[in-house]
Design a protein around this ligand. Structure first.
Ligand code: PGA
Length: 255
């Protein structure tokens, strides 16, 4: 389900390393399913740990399946890795790459770039996370962001940009008490669009969705999307709380 005239926004739930059991995973899905089928303009994507992908059910669902990571390799002797092709064959349409929590574990821009290329080869949409650790008063964070985008997209072909989403996640706002202000989200989203346009040309990048992530909840979701002028949200903690996640879906669907 790509963003189209019909589906204007996208809300992605990143479950991270949660919950602990299949039963709990099924319960989250059950409690999100009804609202996901009621929203008409918003694509819902659920990214559970890959062992729980089967708990999202088979066949057509009111949400899309997503993964949280992918191997840079196509297959072979790489213990612990899951390939893009395996994800695709498990019904996965979207995969998060370069999340700051993985970057902290050693994932480099070059690895992110290889992962995006692998996903594109399998026709899976890459949700590329970028974001500065801190905001310095001198504005150096903008250069950091620009370089992150440039290097994480090395080798990505223009023809595959319809399978790219950029999730802007300022690291300092992830797992925090407060999200970034909508005005700052807007300003940064414009900067990201400009950076993408410089890399690929304006015509190719107008359709790349830009999402915001970092301490999103149902209270701030509306203003972040509305006043921040982003195409959707990447939700962490609130994505395993069906009540909160459902409210986020409903709010975003009204924008
Ligand atoms: P958070 O996480 O919503 O819990 O801040 C966001 C993320 O890590 O994608």
């Amino acid at each position: 389900m790509p963003i189209t005239k019909k589906y204007k926004k996208i809300v992605i739930g990143n479950w991270k390393e949660n919950p602990s059991t299949h039963e709990a995973a099924k319960n989250i899905v059950k409690n999100i399913k009804r609202v996901a089928s009621q929203v008409t303009k918003t694509i819902t994507v659920l990214c559970p740990p890959s062992v729980f992908l089967s708990d999202l059910g088979k066949g057509e669902q009111p949400y899309s399946k997503g993964a949280q990571d992918v191997s840079v390799f196509e297959g072979g002797s790489h213990t612990g890795e899951v390939s893009a092709e395996m994800l695709k064959d498990s019904g996965v349409e979207y995969t998060i790459v370069g999340h700051s929590e993985r970057r902290k574990m050693g994932e480099t821009d070059a690895m992110v770039a290889s992962k995006i290329v692998a996903l594109h080869f399998a026709r899976v949409t890459a949700v590329m996370c970028v974001g500065e650790d801190n905001r310095d008063s001198g504005g150096q964070y903008l250069d950091i962001l620009k370089n992150q985008i440039k290097h994480s997209l090395a080798g990505v072909e223009k023809k595959n940009l319809s399978h790219l989403i950029v999730a802007y996640e300022p690291v300092w706002a992830i797992g925090a008490t407060q999200a970034m202000s909508p005005a700052d989200v807007h300003e940064t989203a414009i900067f990201i669009k400009k950076t993408l346009a410089d890399l690929f040309g304006h015509d190719y990048v107008t359709k790349i969705p830009i999402l915001y992530g970092g301490s999103v909840n149902f209270r701030n979701a509306g203003e972040i999307v509305g006043e921040g002028h982003v195409d959707g949200l990447l939700v962490g903690r609130e994505s395993i709380n069906p009540e909160g996640f459902n409210e986020i879906l409903k709010v975003v669907d009204t924008i």
